[in-house]
Ligand binder design. Sequence first.
Ligand code: PEP
Ligand code: MG
Length: 756
Amino acid sequence: MTLESTISIEGPWGLLRRLREAMATPLSTQERLDKIVGDIAEHMGADVCSAYFRKGNDELELFATKGLNPEAVHQTRLGWGEGLVGQIAATGKLLNLPDAQTHPNFAYKPETGEELFHSFLGVPLLRGGRLLGVLVVQNQSERTYGPQDVEALQTVGMVFAELIAAGEVLIPDSSLVEGLRFDTPLRLRGTALADGIVVGHAVLHQPRVEVTRLIADDLDKELERLEDAVADLREDVDALVASDEYNFAGESADVLEAYRMFAHDRGWLERMREAVNDGLTAEAAVEKVMADTRKRLVNSPDAYLKERLNDFEDLSNRLLRLLIGTSNLPGLPEDGVIVARNMGPAELLDYDRSKLKGVVLEEGSATAHVTIVARALDLPLVGSAKDVVDLVEPGDVMIVDGESGDVHLRPQDDVLDVYRHKLELRTARQAQYHSDRGLPSVTKDGLEIALDINAGLLVDLPHLQETNAAGIGLFRTELQFMIGATMPRVPAQTDVYRKVLDAAEGRRVVFRAVDLGSDKVLPYLATTKEENPALGWRAVRLALDRPALLHYQIRAFLQAAAGRELNLMFPLIAEVAEFKAAREVFDREVARCKRFGHPLPSKVRLGTMLEVPSLAWQLDALLPLVDFVSIGSNDLFQFLFAWDRGNPKLTGRYDPLSPTVFAFLRNVVEKAAAYNVPLSLCGEMAGKPIEAMALIGLGLRRISMPPASVGPVKAMIRSLDVAKLTPIMGPLLTSGEHSVRDVLINFAQDNGIVIE
Ligand code: PEP
Ligand code: MG
């Protein structure tokens, strides 16, 4: 028979008060544990309550029980994933079973006498994402534990985990603490999200705010403390959003606005109030709701929701600090490397810029708000560094390699030496590039090659001056759309484009119409799941199907460029008809401008990207219509080779330095020259010296690249003799080889060409 249980009539608060009594009574550790499990069993009307704790990294041991055979204490052990308790440990999820013995994972341990018990409720004891143990209640009857029981056991489990972590419940002979401490060197392979290298000292972004008072004495008072702290938090966040201290002019303000919305979320406050009503102090309630939310969202397949988890954790930690009154942020050493599971953009902005040198995240993604802000602040950032928060100790020496995505924890001297050397070289190289910035981008035999930079945010603009680039060869306008909580309106778009043109001071800027879809997703635009997003509803396809978006954007371009030259290109054009359709939208906006008597750009040049191979077969029809063409090698190569560039199994499968690519590009170069249409290339390829050399060999005279590449590419150009390179290119087009990289490297080495 299954009984619905509502036995815990006192609610969790009564149980918590008993827990506090147990803590205050002078008892040995084992006696205290025994008392606690006894109290829980009694309070919940359970025949059994057992506490299992983690031993080392992959075992759980029964430390205390009321109801199971006492002989089993310190004898019964379960491997990670073994039995129901092991399953809870491995998954971090509770189990509520009316008849545990029929569960496929039930593991019979004869020494416990467990066979008498049917119903089973177990919760993980988690602290800061680390599993400390498992708390279980059992009954002989087939009882379904009700929501109140689950809530009670979870709440008491959370308090229990805090007490253990705070050292208030000492676990004899436990390797809990040692098992979680690390002092050996480790290398983690993450994802390089923001360029740069730093050797610094680890600072945990969220050092545990010690919640020492867990159980409420007076619920009304705790509720009042919670409400007051939330009000203060909202005020702080509103002030942060309103402040112009971080003048990112537009884009980061949108990011912060999203953050503010979360601070005002009513559901969040409601859940914390409920936790206080269950008997927790305000600070313990904040922790509990943070842990619950994390558990719910961390495995969510929805990337947007997962990223929002950071905002919640960020806010929860701020709230904790407000309640406990400690200073907001850990102090930074002179070379602080922030380590976090993830973080909100506002938190990064809170740190002292002069001491913050790098960031490592367990999560993070190229489009996460915090990444965009880190790049803006010129901080190396590595994401997807698995378990780094658990593996690092504050103060550890660490290396963040934002070029390769490697993170070294507690590196040995030889690794440190390698990196010190790498850093010295990098610094020297950068100093050299900087001092060479005034030198012309001209080959040894006098051929001028225009070097542009790729940009997408206002914070990229100082790079124009720093690199002394010819202009901006690709301004990715979609970034402004991607970092905001809402679609930027025409005035906001106009403002950004105007600032870009102002900063360019007359250098040529090529704007690209919004290139959304595929991996460039908008948080606020619901899209349907696509089988092949890279081949899907994206870029100009999306823009032509939703012409309002394109109309508004073109309106913003026209306003921003009034009286100046406007260069605009459309992404992912696959056929001439698409270019014509996009141009029609443009023409209609120009006509509208004229109708209203608005000033127009002094000159308009409309072009297209060449990213889809089909377009290369229509050049005779296309070239007479366009003012310029820019080859987008990133997308082009994935379509040319049917090569998913995001698939790690295919990394390095094909080489852009190959006869296929060369023959393709040579054809485009010749056609463009025949029609006298300016041609450039703006994919990542252009930023690598050896690739850039090949492009010049194929006849390109203008290339656009990430700002950091301008120095190395210019050094290559200034050491190159094109007259020597051109003759070796011809045979490579028909060589039939997988790659001709070695031929080009040998050529560079033999001729003293700088390709570092
Ligand atoms: C390209 O595809 O080469 C390109 C420059 O566009 P994006 O990288 O923005 O897709
Ligand atoms: Mg592209």
